[in-house]
Design a binder for this molecule. Structure first.
Ligand code: SF4
Ligand code: SF4
Length: 73
């Protein structure tokens, strides 16, 4: 399955990815005093990659996970 990895250090908090995400699993949250995009509901992410394509700064990369991480500590 594919999940977006957000490079929090480089995220500008512009919100384009949040608006582009169909299931609305991305949100802007304050991290280290700045707004950043956060994947708040990974299990509901469809892996569509729209957020990666929409980010103007190349901050998001889709990572292939060998298997869902649910159930792991
Ligand atoms: S891959 Fe698709 S569903 Fe998942 S966070 Fe990005 S836009 Fe949303
Ligand atoms: S589109 Fe890119 S820079 Fe803008 S909030 Fe999303 S990850 Fe951050």
């Amino acid at each position: 399955m594919l999940l977006p990895h957000i490079d929090t250090e480089r995220c500008t908090g512009c919100g384009w990815c949040v608006a582009a995400c169909p299931p609305r699993v991305l949100s802007l949250e304050v991290v280290a005093w700045r707004k950043r995009s956060v994947l708040h509901d990974a299990p509901a992410c469809t892996g569509c990659s729209l957020c990666e394509r929409r980010c103007p700064f190349g901050v998001i990369t889709m990572n292939k996970l060998p298997r869902p991480a649910s159930g792991q500590a």
